[in-house]
Design a protein around this ligand. Structure first.
Ligand code: GLP
Length: 239
């Protein structure tokens, strides 16, 4: 695993944007695995500032809340439109995200896996890290879940994400998430982690045992992972 420690969140976002655009320059038709949450917001801002051509690029998102329509202010579909898709020239028909309001969620999971299979390996997967070690919405459990599935969110995740909603009660209890197979099949992975509240989980995920109790620990087994952290998030790993 390559580790890049940035001075602060702004620097981290700039380095992340460089890596993202390097992939685009290497291959205009790259398939990007995209993440939501606060960690990649700065990176998307930096990307949006450059006049780059995304017309041939494709993207698949990690996850979506169950029951939020794509127009809901906290849906990940809307997050992606506001933070990236409306700012650069991605072709809407080349961007994919699970549908949180599908009437049959199992069918939706199968549909999304079909899309992932058809698109092939992700060229660059962007990830954030949950406080409990989740990636996408792959929450701690007894096994590493391989395929797209519906997940009951952990109380720590609901609490952490409550800041985006007007109250904790409004946070959906379930989500659809891509499984770990397409993430681990990605040609390269860039995981962004910032802030002191993540310092402990960074140590457990990347320097502790590989276990489904800490889903991100599986990334230790991937050959092309870059952990991009700021100093605060890396503080317990420096000795
Ligand atoms: C959310 C998302 C993840 C994200 C993580 C960390 O719940 N489902 O994709 O990476 O939690 O979020 P943040 O970057 O806001 O700390």
């Amino acid at each position: 695993m390559k580790i890049i420690v940035s001075e602060n969140y702004q620097k981290l976002s700039e380095v992340a944007a460089e890596q993202f655009l390097k992939q685009l320059h290497r291959k205009k038709s790259s398939l990007f695995g995209l993440a939501t949450g606060s960690s990649p917001v700065g990176m998307y801002e930096e990307i949006a500032k450059r006049k780059e051509d995304f017309s041939k690029a494709k993207s698949v998102n990690l996850d979506e809340y169950v029951s939020l329509s794509s127009s809901h202010p906290q849906s990940y579909a809307r997050f992606m439109r506001e933070n990236l898709f409306e700012k650069v020239n991605f072709d809407a028909k080349n961007t994919f995200i699970p549908c949180g309001t599908a009437p049959d969620l199992e069918k939706e999971c199968a549909r999304y896996d079909g899309i992932l299979k058809k698109l092939g390996a992700i060229d660059l997967q962007i990830l954030g890290l949950g406080h409990d070690g989740h990636i996408g919405f792959n929450e701690p459990g007894d096994i590493f879940e391989k395929d797209t599935h519906v997940v009951e969110l952990q109380s720590t995740t609901i609490e952490a994400n409550a800041r985006f909603f007007s109250s904790k009660e409004e946070v959906p209890r379930r989500a659809i998430t891509m499984g770990l197979r397409p993430i681990m099949n990605a040609k390269s992975i860039l995981i962004l982690v910032s802030g002191k509240s993540k310092a402990e989980i960074v140590k457990r995920a990347f320097f502790g045992p590989v276990t489904p109790k800490v889903p991100a620990s599986i990334l230790q087994l991937h050959p092309q992972v870059t952990l991009l952290v700021d100093r605060e998030a890396y503080q317990f790993c420096e000795s």
